[in-house]
Design a protein around this ligand. Structure first.
Ligand SMILES: NC(=O)c1ccc[n+]([C@@H]2O[C@H](COP(=O)([O-])OP(=O)(O)OC[C@H]3O[C@@H](n4cnc5c(N)ncnc54)[C@H](OP(=O)(O)O)[C@@H]3O)[C@@H](O)[C@H]2O)c1
Length: 196
């Protein structure tokens, strides 16, 4: 079976890869131990079918610091412990030219042409694959049309600075809307599929 590729994007309205503050940004939408709709659909619903998570160097080191089980704080919500257990367990692919030691279990280093990297991963045995940023990596995924579907969290902020998802592209990419879900604090969860 072909391994499905999903790309995850968190961005402000102006397409910046930042996590700004806005009313409600730090409040749980319900029980604090339960994920919100976005997190559930992007992560919890995928714990059984995804076996590989691909990250750029910055995203990888950031996740290792904050989201590995070693990085968890004792009073973090339960769903984040579950997320860390998932991340520790899956195969993690870190893209980097400069990192030598990954210092996170089940991790491997890859580098070079992203199209070839994705083709190689798809040729290997395993479940589905999530590409988890950051912005530079995701805009390359979009440019090369490498993902089968995309989850966007659009936060209700025009931020005006920070890494951009949308670098100039020579050609447009047209996607198919699969679902659009407004969240309690003004965020929008958008699920798009690739048009093949
Ligand atoms: N999910 C997320 O990670 C996420 C989401 C939103 C915002 N952000 C924010 O965005 C910022 C990071 O931005 P970013 O877009 O620069 O991060 P990134 O995509 O995680 O990391 C970029 C680095 O990945 C490596 N890389 C990417 N493609 C490669 C390839 N094909 N071959 C070899 N190496 C490759 C390069 O590392 P080397 O320099 O080692 O070669 C490159 O400098 C952070 O401040 C973070 O807070 C992240």
């Amino acid at each position: 079976m072909t391994r499905k590729i999903t790309a995850n994007l968190y961005m402000t309205i102006d397409g910046r890869g930042e996590f700004p503050k806005y009313p409600g940004w730090d409040q749980p939408t319900g029980d604090r131990d339960e994920p919100d709709e976005f997190f559930r659909r992007m992560w919890n619903d995928r714990y059984d079918d995804v076996t590989t998570v691909v990250m750029g160097r910055r995203s990888f080191t950031g996740h290792r610091r904050v989201h590995s089980l070693k990085g968890r704080k004792p009073n973090d919500p339960k769903f984040l412990f579950e997320y860390s257990r998932f991340l520790d367990k899956v195969e993690k692919v870190c893209l980097s030219h400069r990192l030598k030691n990954l210092n996170w279990e089940n991790s491997r280093l890859m580098k070079g042409d992203l199209r070839k990297i994705v083709a190689k991963l798809k040729s290997e045995k395993g479940g589905n694959i999530i590409i988890e940023g950051g912005p530079r990596l995701i805009s390359e995924v979009i440019r090369l049309d490498l993902a089968d579907d995309y989850w966007f969290l659009v936060m209700p902020v025009v931020f005006g600075r920070g890494p951009r998802y949308w670098a100039p592209l020579k050609e447009q990419t047209t996607l198919k809307l699969l679902s659009a879900t407004p969240m309690k604090f003004g965020e929008l969860v958008l699920h798009y599929g690739a048009v093949r």
